[in-house]
Write a protein that binds this ligand. Structure first.
Ligand SMILES: Cc1cc2nc3c(=O)[nH]c(=O)nc-3n(C[C@H](O)[C@H](O)[C@H](O)COP(=O)(O)OP(=O)(O)OC[C@H]3O[C@@H](n4cnc5c(N)ncnc54)[C@H](O)[C@@H]3O)c2cc1C
Length: 648
């Protein structure tokens, strides 16, 4: 906690816009409230089984959005990539007779957008193959779908919504429009952000006994209750309560005598923790209260987020410093707080930006998602068997990890690139006139060892932020209603935040209104290691995530909800009817923040050095744009395709 923090630690610190434990298996087969269609895809012995897994995307019944258990980087999706990183040679490949104009590695939003832009530029008959190591498309933009109490319930497994600290640029904005998404109109007509408040529910904070000495849910803290009254219920010493009140409502200048620019410079060099502890002299118990406040946004706690970012994001304690926001805007960087700073419009589909991924798939392979328009796509059932038809100009092949990408001959003169991928334990090689690598950039040096050394080093440096979005299916939400709470910040708990599914009605999809009916709960965990530099926290978190079996997540979810909602009569054995743990060991792309290194020339920034085209190979993904946002993913897909076409 006392280590000194260099500003380098914060360089990539801004990401987007958080007793019954050992009980019996969670998902009793045939629970009346829960109908799962297929079983988890891979053999994790801890995963509850609800029938035979359908593992071939061509088989009837293959429908990954309804799989439960460990999802996101699910078992079976990452092992081939990790073997490659450990130096193991893939099996001897079979050269397939297929030939493509473009092969795209990674069917996240960036890769799907790349395929869209290629077709737009080179013609709809262009032959394109997309490969993805997951059993579903969309990358982080994954859909969790449940059938509960006779109706569809959706949740985002990762990428949540259309939002960005910057307005969407023309490339991303036009693609969104071309997909039929009228962001302004849908935002006006489908979102009900205050639904739960209108029915009398509020925000709250859960204090756990391990961190704060007593288990206590304080409803209204961080919600609509007067702060002083709510704080009186918190298990915090009087000095800590007074400090929270001072930080939240006071206007003390903790950097007296400095000009605004000097204050910002100082804030850019210290963590938010150091600001609270050393400048505002906040009580240690209050520091614990604030520790997880930054985790949802940055994936790390206040020890590894700069005070300047915390200020820009609107976190408390800075009012008395009187800092103007305009100066940051002029530098072209806008730290969240979109409404004030001119960021993009916000729109949340019930499955998050999985709707964008699904609309892109419809655009590329119309038979794979029947219907027309953005609203109808929300409830449309994707036809996975249509994704990889030999006769289609665009083919999307799942559960296929690219392990080698090389030119057929000298990169400067070659007419073709070959991509080797592993699928079902076998390796295959396909050839294309161009390739876009739209997967995690830090893996590219393993795929293309011929890249220049400087570029490989830059790519390796693009460490992503791990995080977990857990979706819990509940039989009903009466416990929430009895307590009067719909979202809970839990600074000391396994998941630092949970909330009832946001209320959105779009097309045929309607959200639940009765607490007596089933609902989904969204929980956020960021596996960070406070005290380490940010990227070391990311690496440690990634290792932890991959080593954590499903039953550990399950026990923690059950224990956390049981303890937090005990006063509302919550019984995990009775009330929890489904559980999907979306783990993202490679989550948010590292954000390039010009505020901290304005003097680094554009062509020396890691994501810029890393994305340089190599012969007929272009590099996309949000990593290559230095920002963990959907508009960045789209723009980078576009740039990479234009570069590949320029070499054609
Ligand atoms: C939990 C979470 C929440 C987020 N919320 C938001 C949000 O609200 N708004 C927002 O704008 N952004 C959000 N983001 C950021 C998100 O990363 C981007 O918006 C966008 O979805 C990234 O798309 P992408 O295609 O660049 O990368 P990805 O989604 O990561 O897609 C890359 C794909 O390539 C695959 N791949 C990698 N290597 C290989 C290989 N060798 N062979 C085959 N396939 C490979 C990956 O597994 C993945 O499927 C969030 C991210 C996370 C993790």
């Amino acid at each position: 906690m006392d280590r000194s923090i260099t500003r380098r630690d914060f360089l990539q610190g801004v990401a987007v816009s958080a007793a019954t434990a050992a009980a019996a298996p969670l998902l009793p087969t045939g629970h009346p409230a829960f109908a799962a269609e297929t079983a988890p895809a891979a053999a994790d012995p801890a995963m509850p089984s609800q029938g035979a897994a359908v593992t071939s995307q061509d088989a009837a019944g293959y429908y990954p959005p309804r799989l439960t258990g460990l999802r996101g980087s699910h078992p079976g999706s990452f092992e081939n990539a990790h073997r490659l990183a450990h130096g193991d040679a893939p099996p001897q490949p079979t050269l397939l007779p297929e030939r493509y104009d473009l092969i795209v590695v990674g069917a996240g939003i960036s890769g799907l957008a790349a395929a869209h832009f290629y077709r737009r530029a080179a013609g709809a008959q262009s032959r394109i193959l997309l490969l993805d190591n997951h059993d579903d498309f969309g990358g982080h933009a994954k859909r969790n779908e449940f059938e509960l109490g006779g109706r569809m319930h959706l949740m985002n497994g990762g990428t949540l919504e259309i939002d960005s600290p910057r307005p969407y640029g023309p490339v991303a904005a036009e693609l969104i429009k071309a997909l039929g998404i009228d962001v302004e109109r849908l935002a006006r007509t489908t979102q009900h952000p205050h639904f739960y408040e209108r029915i009398g529910l509020d925000g709250g904070v859960f204090f756990d006994r391990e961190t704060f000495g007593a288990d206590k849910l304080v409803v209204g803290l961080g919600g609509r209750r007067p702060l002083a009254a709510a704080l009186r219920e918190a298990p915090l010493p009087p000095a800590a309560r007074a400090d929270v009140l001072r930080i939240e409502t006071g206007a003390v200048d903790y950097l007296p005598g400095l000009a605004a620019d000097e204050k910002k410079d100082r804030l850019s060099r210290i963590s938010y923790l150091a600001f609270l502890r050393d400048l505002a002299h906040v009580d240690p118990a209050a520091l614990k209260f604030y520790q997880a406040r930054t985790q949802g946004e940055w994936g790390v706690g206040i020890d590894a987020v700069s005070a300047l970012d915390a200020w820009g994001f609107g976190l408390p304690g800075f009012r008395g410093l009187n800092l103007p926001k305009g100066a940051i805007r002029r530098m072209g960087f806008t730290p969240a707080g979109y409404e004030e700073t001119g960021g993009s419009y916000r729109l949340h589909f019930p499955d998050g930006n999985a709707t964008i991924a699904r609309l892109l798939v419809r655009d590329l392979i119309p038979d794979a998602l029947p219907g027309a328009g953005a609203a109808d796509a929300v409830t449309a059932r994707a036809r996975y068997a249509e994704l990889d038809r030999p006769q289609g100009p665009v083919r999307l092949r799942l559960s296929s990890t690219a392990v080698r990408v090389r030119h057929v001959g000298d990169p400067d003169a070659a007419r073709e690139v070959e991509v080797t991928y592993v699928r079902g334990g076998e390796a295959f090689t396909v050839r294309g006139a161009g390739v876009v690598l739209a997967g995690y950039n830090m893996m590219i040096p393993y795929l293309c060892p011929e890249l220049p050394e400087r570029q490989k080093q830059a790519l390796h440096a693009l460490v992503k932020t791990p995080l977990v979005y857990t979706t819990v299916a509940l039989r009903d939400w009466r416990a929430f209603a009895r307590l009067g709470v719909h979202r809970v910040y839990a600074p000391g708990s396994y998941h630092s935040y949970f909330r009832l599914n946001p209320h959105v009605n779009v097309g045929d999809y309607t959200s639940e209104t009765s607490p007596r009916r089933p609902i989904l709960v969204h929980m956020v965990r960021t596996p960070c290691k406070p005290g380490l530099p940010e990227h070391d926290q990311n690496r440690a978190g990634r290792t932890e995530l991959l080593a954590t079996p499903f039953d550990v997540f399950e026990r923690n979810v059950r224990a956390q909800l049981a303890r937090s909602l005990a006063g509302g009569g919550f019984d995990p054995a009775r009330d929890i009817v489904g559980l999907t743990v979306n783990r993202w060991p490679h989550g948010y792309a590292p954000e390039y923040n010009p505020l901290f290194d304005p003097d680094v020339p554009e062509d020396e920034r890691a994501h810029v050095v890393g994305r340089a085209p190599f012969g007929r190979i272009g590099i996309a993904n949000s990593d290559s744009g230095g920002g963990a946002y959907t508009d960045v993913a789209i723009e980078q897909g576009h740039r990479a395709v234009m570069e590949v076409l320029a070499r054609a």
